[in-house]
Design a protein around this ligand. Structure first.
Ligand code: ACM
Ligand code: ZN
Length: 641
């Protein structure tokens, strides 16, 4: 059975042209067409309009090559309004341009400190107005027609999104009667939303969508509906009146009232609606399609399909292509099974497909966007097209190697996957061997051991290297065209087994202290006030711990024998691991899900450990420990005082 049957869904349109390129693609399974989408948060791409259109076309070519057939185009956000709306010209005149924000400044900083031109803001996206340097741009309606025509002959449908009622800063800052209060900007978590209590605001939203619907000749429109801060709604007399008039008990229900009202408007114009999974919260209509993005909102798939509504999978744990890649990212996508989230097999046909998202807050250039999207995009395509029973990672990895060759010829700027065969830190007793592999056989690897940045003139790695002393390696990959890729540092540490402590701890589990922490560095957690103490059986976020999280977790690991132990610490955001008073893993700082792996040689017995972790919204924390034989050591070996 083909679980992802494109033709089974009522939403599917023919894709004649794509078949022309099919023989040149990865080996997709069979002929069923799946709904695969790539969302492109447009906000950073469109300053010089012509160029931006060319960039979108290039992306569409790439999608067609890999048989992706839905382009979800996120056209507006707080950081920029990217589509011309003729009735409201200020949306682009003002809303498409901004002074450099913290994202832009961070991109510029990284371009300098990492000597990476792909992180620089291209001149073409900048203009000077009355002495202010502004970043931005937008698509005219003519541009959009051009993109639609281009997508059509490539068999790609576009799902346009104007995100509301949140993420609408351009609208609420430039037009009266759209927000609850005159004062606009950021609340505590997200921007002030549209006021669903005001008829003028609803009319504004519908007018904007009327123009969008005129432009895009497709079945779906995407309302957005994500990340809405509702504090204004609680205080706004118009919102409260709307709630009373419609017998709405909560602000979540008010959000659903707004979404349902918009959906009726779309339906009247012959369109169906998709929304991010937040649209479930105050009550989901019978007809909306849900796009699941919040990996941590775990019941969203079963809630959606349990009610009979279709769903598209883009959980951020795997499918956010703007998140920093690590050595597991491509495999995590490839091995993902959407059906595992939906227990009732009868509901599984409601899964329309999988989607990757490229949000561009920290992506200033074409090269950077391609670098972030590829090769993960290929894994998404393969996942969407494959019969799950026939998935085979090794076969995919082999075919991926050929695709790198092709992408080199096409001058597409992909990311060379992480080098493998070592951890961030590696312990050895006596003599160690550095043995490296890479999924991309066309990559050339050069290295230094003096901390300097490797160049094409540095020693070339072409086989295992022996180490007898503690050595810091810096590796750098290069594309065949000489373009440098990532720099990886790894330390090989000449070690002795660290002696165990003598006193055996008595209680099973670990002790976690939760601090009300709003910072972004693990070393600062203890300065924040304590919210509570928890006993946990595993390295994890205790169930009751939410919001501003700073955790300090303490206990002991019981090493079953003298051995070199490997610790893999996954966190979103930052984390650190200290064993016997020595830092083994530094996974600190704000970031998406990222695993860092380190090693330490431990003598048999108890060793004190401390894990620190912070996050402010929907994070993850997980630690795996294995011995030198690669076997995982279960967490019952951890004890607290
Ligand atoms: C989202 O990433 N806020 C949908
Ligand atoms: Zn209001």
């Amino acid at each position: 059975m083909k679980k992802y049957n494109f033709n089974a869904g009522p939403s599917m349109l023919p894709r004649e042209v794509i078949e022309a390129t099919a023989d040149a693609c990865l080996d997709f399974e069979g002929s069923s067409l799946s709904l695969m989408e790539i969302s492109h948060r447009a906000k950073n791409f469109q300053p010089v309009v012509d160029k931006a259109v060319e960039l979108v076309k290039e992306l569409l070519d790439l999608m067609a090559l890999y048989k992706m057939n839905k382009f979800h185009w996120h056209l507006t956000d707080d950081q920029g309004w990217r589509i011309e709306i003729k009735k409201y010209p200020l949306l682009t005149e003002k809303g498409a341009w901004r002074k450099f924000n913290s994202h832009d400044k961070e991109c510029i900083r990284q371009s300098k400190v990492n000597d990476n031109p792909d992180m620089a803001i291209p001149e073409s996206k900048i203009r000077i107005v009355e002495g202010d340097t502004l970043y931005g741009g937008y698509y005219t309606q003519e541009d959009i027609k051009e993109v639609i025509a281009y997508a059509k002959v490539r068999g790609i449908d576009i799902v346009p999104e104007i995100d509301m009622p949140g993420h609408m800063l351009a609208a609420i800052s430039n037009y009266e009667g759209v927000s609850c209060f005159d004062e606009t900007g950021w609340g505590t978590t997200f921007s002030s939303p549209v006021c669903p209590g005001k008829d003028s605001a609803i009319e504004f939203c519908k007018n904007v969508y009327s123009e969008l619907i005129e432009l895009f000749p497709y079945k779906y429109v995407h309302i957005g509906g994500d990340e809405v801060e509702k504090t204004n709604w609680k205080k706004c007399p118009d919102c409260q009146k709307r709630m009373r008039d419609n017998k709405l008990k909560t602000e979540e229900e008010l959000q659903s009232w707004f979404i349902h009202d918009m959906e009726k408007f779309f339906n009247d114009k012959g369109k169906e609606m998709i929304g991010w999974d937040e649209i479930i919260e105050g009550g989901l209509s019978k007809t909306a399609t849900v796009m699941w993005w919040r990996s941590w909102a775990k019941n969203a798939p079963s809630k959606t399909t349990g009610q009979g509504n279709p769903i598209i999978f883009t959980p951020n744990g795997q499918f956010y292509l703007d998140y920093q890649e690590d050595k597991n990212s491509v495999a995590n996508i490839y091995n993902y099974d959407p059906m595992s989230e939906i227990q009732n097999a009868e509901m599984q046909p409601l899964v329309l497909g999988v989607q990757g998202n490229v949000w561009c807050e920290w992506i200033p250039s074409r090269e950077r966007m391609q670098y972030m999207a590829i090769p993960r995009l290929l894994a998404i395509a393969e996942l969407g097209w494959s019969n799950p029973s026939q998935k085979d990672w090794n076969a995919f990895a082999r075919r991926l190697a050929n695709q790198f060759e092709r992408l080199n010829i096409m001058n597409i700027n992909y990311r060379i996957p992480d080098l493998e065969g070592f951890n961030k830190t590696n312990a050895f007793i006596g003599e160690g061997i550095v043995n490296i592999t890479c999924l991309d056989p066309s990559a050339e690897i050069h290295y230094t051991t003096d901390g300097s940045v490797p160049t094409l003139q540095s020693p070339k790695y072409d086989g295992p290297v022996k180490v007898t002393e503690t050595t810091d390696f810096t590796f750098r990959t290069f594309r065949p065209n000489g373009k440098p890729g990532d720099i990886t540092t790894t330390r090989f540490i000449k070690s002795e087994y660290t002696p165990a402590v003598t006193a055996a701890p008595s209680n099973p589990g670990l002790k976690a202290t939760w601090h009300e922490f709003k910072g972004n560095k693990c070393t600062e957690i203890e300065k924040a006030p304590v919210n509570g103490n928890y006993s946990i059986e595993d390295v994890m976020i205790p169930k009751k711990v939410k919001g501003n999280i700073g955790l300090i977790i303490k206990g002991y690991i019981n090493a079953p024998q003298d051995d070199i132990y490997t610790f893999a610490l996954l966190s979103d955001d930052g984390s650190t691991l200290v064993i016997d008073g020595e830092q083994v893993i530094d996974n600190d700082g704000p970031h998406g899900p990222r695993e860092v792996v380190g090693q330490k040689a431990l003598a048999k017995g108890y060793h004190p450990i401390e894990i620190r972790y912070f996050d402010q919204n929907g994070g993850q924390l997980k630690m795996k420990v294995s011995g030198n034989d690669g076997k995982e050591i279960p967490f019952t070996h951890l004890y607290a005082h």
